[in-house]
Structure formats: C-alpha cells, structure tokens
Design a protein around this ligand. Structure first.
Ligand SMILES: [Zn+2]
Length: 572
C-alpha cells in the first residue's frame, strides 16, 4: 500500500524506552500505520529521507501556563519551537475559568503575581468570551492551533467564583462552599478538564500579596473536591507544595485523595537549598504509596529552576541597591548611562546598603550561585569554580563589580544565571537521580510563565542535548529513557493513550531531529506579547520537522503555518 507519508531510514527512539533502531515509518491521515525495519517501506505519496536523523514521538509537556496565551497564540511558543506537540496547562491552581464578569482584573493580577506574566498583555490579549469553565473550553476549541492543549481547572478561580471575596482572601470554606466548589470542578471535568490543580506554597502570591486562593485549604475542602474527581471518574490532582512540608503535612491528605479518587495525585518536587534532602523522603514515600496501590507521582524538573537576571527582567541583583534604585525608573539607555557614571559605579560596587544584611546575604554571598552567561548562551550545569563569587575572588574585585558589568553588557542585554532549586549539590545529580525514579514524571518547565525571570520552556530540547549527549559533570542518561520521559510517560499520566509512541495505530505526532546538531539559540528578552509585553525566549535549532496528527507544523525550525492542533477534552 502507498502511505500518505513515509519517513525512511530514521534512527527511531519510539517513546517506549526500547533500544533505538533504524526504521521506516508510514503515516496515513492522522495515524501511524507502519513501522518497519529501515529500507523496507516503499515510497509514499510524500517521502522524507531521514538518514542520520532521530525520529521521536512529539513531546508532551504536562506543566505549562498557557491559559491566556492559548487564546491568542496558535503556536504556543516557546513550546512549539521545541518539539512539543501536546501541552497541559492550568497548573498550580491558577487559570482564567470560571470567571465571574467582575473578577477579570482580579484573575489577571493573580496570574501576574504567581506566574509573572505581564498584566497588560493579559488585559489586552484575553477576550473573556466565557464565564464558566465549559465555556472557556469552547472558546479554546474554536481557535485553530499548531499543537494540542489540555486544561486543568485551578483552585484559585474556582474558589473566587464560588466564595467571592471570602474565597479570594483565603477565608475558611463552609460545608456549603465545599459542595459548591466540588460542583464547579465536577462540571469542568465532565466538560473535558484533565484534572484539578492547587497551590500550597507561600512563594505563589497574587500581585496584591494574597496567597493563591486555596493555599491553606484544609483536608475537608481538598477531599470535598477530590470527591468530584471520583464522581467524574477521571482527573489528575496536581499541586505546587512548600517542598519541605511535603512528607509530614501534605502526605496524609495526598494519600487520602489518591485513595478516594483512584486517580493520580501529582506533587511538584524540587530541591530547595534550605531542605536539600527532603526529596529522598518523598521518593521513599512514593514507593510506599505504590506498594499500597496508590497512584501518587512526583513531578520533577529536567534541570535546575534557574532565574535569568537582567536589567530588562523582573528581578536582578542590584534592584534593591539604593545607588541603582535612584535611576531604576529611567529608560534603559539612560539607565545604562547613569550606571556608568564613575561615582554611581563606585557606590554600586563598594557600598553595602543599610538593609539588615539582606544585600550582603542575597547578592554578595549569593554570588556563589550566580554565573555569567556569554552572549545569552547558558551553561545549565555550571561548576562552582566559575561562579561570580569565584571569579571575583580570583580577580581580587568585589562580586558587585562583575554583576554590574554583566548586567550592563551588550547595551543592557547581559544576563546572569542563578539556579535556585535543584542545585544544592552544585551539579545536577539531584535531577539525574530524580529523573530515573519509577514514580516521578518529568514536568515543571512552566512554559508560558515567569516571563521576566525564567526561561525553561525549552527543557524538552535540553533533555536531549544535555542528558543524552553533552553532559560532562556526571553520568548521562540513555536517549531512549529521555524520550520516554517526555512522550509515552507524560502522555500516560493524563490518560492520553493515543500518543507518545511511534507504532502502528498511534497518533502521528512526530519529531525529526538533527540530534548531533541540536542546540539552543541565545536567551533574550522579546517584546512580542499583546500590548508589547515582554518575555524571555529561547529558540532551538535542529528540529528538521515536527508533525501533529500527520500534518507537518515545523520545517527546519520554522512553523509551516499548518494548524492541525486542537483543544483536548479528557475522556471524550
Ligand atoms: Zn506551575
């Protein structure tokens, strides 16, 4: 038979984790219809010579925050640049539905505060063609897109919708409130939400300083909502915890939720410097839970969660220094000029602010965990010996001098990389171990979020380049395992059993990759969100082709303009 598309002589990592092999793949319509040894399939209506290239399933990124962007951007960049063909959004308790008409600005400042997405971009970009969660899904479904997207319903919007100001202000929920919230969550799940998300970390705050609604919710509220998951018969319960508190405070109710629902509970697990060994307890608890038949997984990142400090970003080391603050409001060019003034330079470099030791601790000593980037190229596993503190010692200058010069370099484009989670050991050995555990799942790219400080949407590319190819500071991970981690395994967590494997009958979501040449472009600040809003972006090069449902969406790292993606509805 003549296939619509034949990809010939590819090096195939099929998503299952099985050894990579040379193969031909045939596609008809949206589906893979043949996978045969290399050289055995005849020509298709369209044939692609894949010799020397890696073929994988499209990547499934389960931790994104495109809840607003998905209403205006069909390409969902940066994910669309990095081989991602399916995203799950609505993580960590925030989102934009349900949305009472008088809550729009409040929802925007919640997302702006928690996920650092410019509020002006959200105000300009969101059309608010919905109030209920099902109406939000309908609005997403009406829009063509290059890749598929599924949505979780967030505790923050649900609580504020049901409880109004009391919910927004984190007052305790009454029995009636809990019944009403469960009702809204149940409706969302039946309409196609892939689960429910909440935040329990003091790090996640709205712009007004209030914690994400539901952060302090008691077990009765969480279990009341879990009952809605049980009744709906599907839905992942995802949350962002205060990492140190997971084993003692969170685990008991997590087990109850998993028991009650029979569905997966997914907890973000990072390694904070303040509690660097808690993750080991969590992995042991995961083993116990699975021995008891409970589906609890830890969602882990592929590397550090690191901040990119720059003058155009949300945060940088000098932002609280008085010598900087005096000129902070100036346009960038004027600010650079003011910072170059010899007297201001001297004060910035040599004067310690009178702030109770904050600057000394966070910036001067903190520079042990800051690294210069060169032209936007970032070493994601930088050795302690090249930190800003170490360089400053070697040159006999204060670290503030290197920091100031770097931030002002390249006309104010200079960047500093500062890992804040998952780098307590000074290398990526935590990530190496966590990404091999049977009950962890790869996630936490936060793609679409933290626009002014974090640029991790390209993690799917990094997994291939760093772990399977380039790592020098410790052992690598097998390519097949890395591909499995971000295809069949992540798809499986959300019940997406039609994708993530290259085999007959599976969806033709595919990446053809120049694996040897695969690399990142520089991280840079773009001003391409609605209303000229800023975001850190980083492209990839090496994606020869991406197909979504058998349609080519990317050719040589550029979008083809085809929009075969759609909104995904769970269990439909
Ligand atoms: Zn998140």
């Amino acid at each position: 038979m003549t296939h619509d598309l034949v990809i010939r002589d590819a090096w195939l990592a099929d998503g299952t984790g099985a050894p990579a092999r040379a193969g031909d793949v045939g596609v008809d319509g949206k589906v893979i219809t043949a996978v045969e040894p290399a050289g055995t399939l005849g020509p298709g209506r369209r044939s692609v010579d894949a010799a020397g290239r890696l073929l994988t399933p499209g990547f499934v990124d389960i931790h994104t925050h495109y809840d607003a962007q998905a209403t205006w951007d069909p390409y969902l960049t940066p994910s669309g640049w990095h081989g991602v063909t399916t995203v799950i959004m609505g993580n960590c308790g925030v989102g934009f539905a349900p949305a009472a008409p008088d809550r729009h600005d409040w929802l925007i400042q919640l997302m702006e505060g928690v996920e650092d997405i410019p509020g002006s971009a959200l105000s300009e970009g969101i059309t608010w063609a919905w109030e209920s969660f099902p109406e939000y899904l309908d609005a997403l479904e009406a829009m063509p897109r290059a890749l598929d997207a599924g949505v979780l319903v967030g505790h923050g919007p649900v609580r504020a919708y049901v409880m109004g100001e009391r919910g927004a202000a984190n007052e305790a929920a009454t029995g009636d409130d809990i019944v009403a919230m469960a009702d809204v969550v149940g409706t969302a799940l039946r309409a196609g939400a892939f689960g429910f998300s909440t935040s329990r970390t003091p790090l996640h705050r709205a712009r007004d300083g209030e914690l994400v609604p539901g952060t302090d919710a008691g077990a009765s509220e969480l279990l009341g909502i879990a009952a809605a998951i049980r009744r709906a018969g599907h839905g992942v319960f995802q949350f962002a915890p205060d990492h140190a508190r997971v084993p003692l405070d969170e685990w008991p109710w997590m087990r109850q939720v998993a028991e009650l629902t029979g569905q997966p509970v997914s907890v973000n697990v990072n390694q904070p410097d303040s509690a660097p060994e808690v993750w080991r307890e969590v992995l042991t608890l995961l083993d116990h839970a699975h021995a008891d038949g409970l589906s609890i997984v830890a969602q882990v990142a592929g590397r550090t969660i690191g901040i990119l400090y720059c003058l155009q970003g949300s945060v940088h080391p000098l932002m609280f220094h008085p010598a900087y603050q005096e000129v902070a409001a100036l346009p960038l060019a004027d600010r650079l000029q003011a910072l170059a003034d010899p007297e201001r330079r001297r004060r910035t470099i040599h004067e310690l602010p009178d702030d109770g030791g904050f600057f000394e601790r966070v910036v001067v000593r903190g520079s042990e965990k800051m690294w210069l980037t060169t032209d936007g190229a970032i070493d994601y596993e930088p050795p302690p010996g090249s930190s800003i503190a170490a360089l400053a010692r070697a040159r006999g200058v204060p670290p503030t001098e290197l920091i100031l010069d770097q931030l002002c370099a390249h006309d104010g484009d200079g960047m500093i990389y500062a890992p804040f989670f998952n780098y307590a050991y000074g290398d990526l050995s935590f990530s190496h171990e966590a990404n091999q555990h049977a009950h962890t799942r790869l996630g936490l790219s936060d793609a679409g979020a933290h626009c002014g400080a974090i640029c991790d949407g390209g993690v799917p590319t990094f997994m291939l380049t760093h772990w399977a190819r380039d790592r020098t500071r410790g052992p690598k991970l097998p390519l097949e395992h890395i591909v499995h981690r971000q295809t069949a395994q992540t798809a499986g967590l959300y019940g997406l059993t039609d994708r993530g494997v290259v085999a007959p009958g599976w969806r033709a979501d595919l990446n053809l990759i120049d694996f040897d040449a695969l690399t990142f472009g520089p991280a840079r600040m773009a001003y391409d969100l609605p209303a000229g809003g800023r975001r850190l972006v980083q492209r990839a090069s090496g994606y020869a082709a991406t197909w979504v449902a058998g349609v080519q969406t990317v050719a040589d790292d550029e979008f083809t303009g085809e929009l075969p993606g759609r909104l995904l509805r769970a269990r439909r």
